[in-house]
Design a protein around this ligand. Structure first.
Ligand code: ATP
Ligand code: MG
Length: 417
């Protein structure tokens, strides 16, 4: 049997890849407007980076990481998310010495050992952005404005922004205890996972998808009712700026994030079109993270968009692959040689040119030109070789015009300018 790809890891084929390129190119354009620069980090990192940042009791660290030993016995992990590696690179390269504010974005594959299903894969791609060095609520609002603009730019409008605040190390411990007390009196209704984690990670229970847990936590205390004065005012400012920028959002007091490092502003972009894989993008503030990883006390905020889910949402509105501008059909070996040189000259001059390499009949060559949606075709046979002239056919209206083969590149470049 032939070798297949690993379960949950997909090929992205021509025909689909154009949508990916469009989403990526749009991100570079929109994020560039907001002053973000790209950062690329390695795919594997030391395992401890993720344990220390994401949190030992999170789903990712408990059960989803691709962790393995290399030949020297070091424990490595294929990155399950992008924030921790970016923080590691920020600290290691002392980026805060270059500029007090860093705006970074990344784009690339992430790995999580999850049950593959629509919108959930084991290798998937995230497009993420991080701002380091600003505590001010303006940056929270600006990041959300950028996210909003990106979705408008790529033409996906059936998503809604939900925001919440998770408090900070001053106010959360109190809230956490209240939540534990609340959950303790309803333990029997919780799923086995939540019964196990309600003491170590009670906020996760609010995020659990099990019906019992949802029902049991309907009246659970909400973190935004228990914010300290600073967190409360920060959250009010974020909402105020979003209102001023006319960014639509709603407050979801039950939203918590599955990673331990989040504080204050958290948010998700959700859709009702992808079943239970309803989060298209998610993020929040992580003010203590850089310091906890051994860096300076620099506040941060970021988001990650799941690209597979965007591609699913784009659905039918596929982006077409670029078709050839000219297809050169040749009759006979000598004409094929001339066609080959002509085609190469055109490509070098910036024209998308194509020909037949399989010795097909003229009829078959013309069929292929049609199939590829070539804008123009040119037929070269014995007569054309001798006269140095040929008929250039415009496939949109079948009109023909005579061209000098020697001038072909110049004429075609002018046509497509
Ligand atoms: P979910 O609740 O769907 O498991 P998550 O909270 O684990 O999402 P994050 O860690 O916040 O997701 O990652 C940000 C985004 O990355 C998600 O909103 C989603 O679009 C995407 N994503 C996460 N896990 C996967 C996956 N296994 N396959 C495809 N996309 C994913
Ligand atoms: Mg998940």
């Amino acid at each position: 049997m032939s070798v297949t790809a690993i379960k949950g890891m997909n090929d992205i084929l021509p025909g689909e890849v154009e949508t990916w390129q469009f989403l990526e190119q749009s991100a570079r354009e929109v994020f560039g407007l907001y002053g973000f620069a790209e950062i690329r980090t390695p795919v594997p990192e030391k395992t401890e980076l993720f344990c220390r940042s994401i949190g030992e009791t999170t789903d990712i660290v408990e059960k989803e990481m691709y962790t393995f030993e290399d030949k020297s016995g070091n424990s490595l992990t294929l990155r399950p998310e992008g924030t921790a590696p970016v923080m590691r690179a920020f600290i290691q390269n002392k980026l805060h010495n270059l500029d007090p504010v860093s705006k970074l974005y990344y784009l690339g594959p992430m790995f999580r050992y999850e049950r593959p299903q629509k919108g959930r894969y084991r290798q998937f791609h995230q497009l993420g952005a991080e701002v380091l060095g600003v505590e001010d609520a303006k940056i929270d609002a600006q990041l959300l404005a950028m996210l909003h603009q990106y979705f408008v730019h790529i033409g996906i409008e059936n998503v809604s922004l939900q925001v919440n605040s998770l408090g900070c190390p001053v106010c959360r411990p109190d809230y956490r205890q209240q939540l534990i007390d609340y959950l303790a009196s309803r333990l029997n209704s919780l799923c086995p996972d939540c019964q196990r984690r309600y003491l170590t990670n009670p906020l996760r229970v609010l995020d659990c998808k099990a019906q019992g847990c949802k029902a049991a936590t309907v009246d659970a205390p909400a973190v935004i009712e228990h914010l300290c004065t600073e967190c409360d005012s920060h959250f009010s400012q974020v909402k105020g700026y979003l209102d001023q920028l006319a960014i639509p959002y709603s407050v979801n007091a039950r939203m918590v994030r599955g990673l331990d490092y989040y504080v204050r502003t958290t948010f998700e972009l959700v859709t009702d079109q992808l079943g239970s894989q309803n989060a298209v993008a998610a993020g929040g503030r992580y003010d203590g993270l850089v310091e906890s990883l051994g860096g300076p006390a620099v506040p941060g905020i970021g988001f990650a968009i799941g690209l597979e889910r965007l591609v699913l949402l784009k659905g039918e509105a596929k982006i077409a692959a670029a078709s050839p501008q000219l297809f050169i059909a040749a009759i006979g070996a000598e004409a094929a040689d001339r066609a080959f040189v002509l085609m190469s000259q055109l490509q070098q001059a910036g024209v998308r040119a194509e020909m037949d390499y399989l010795g097909k009949s003229l009829k078959a060559q013309m069929r292929r030109a049609n199939k590829l949606h070539a804008a123009f075709t040119l037929i070269i046979g014995e007569e054309e070789l001798q006269s140095g002239r040929a008929q250039l056919k415009d496939m949109s209206d079948s009109s023909q015009s005579a061209v000098e083969l020697d001038n072909l590149a110049i004429e075609l470049v002018a046509k497509f300018d």
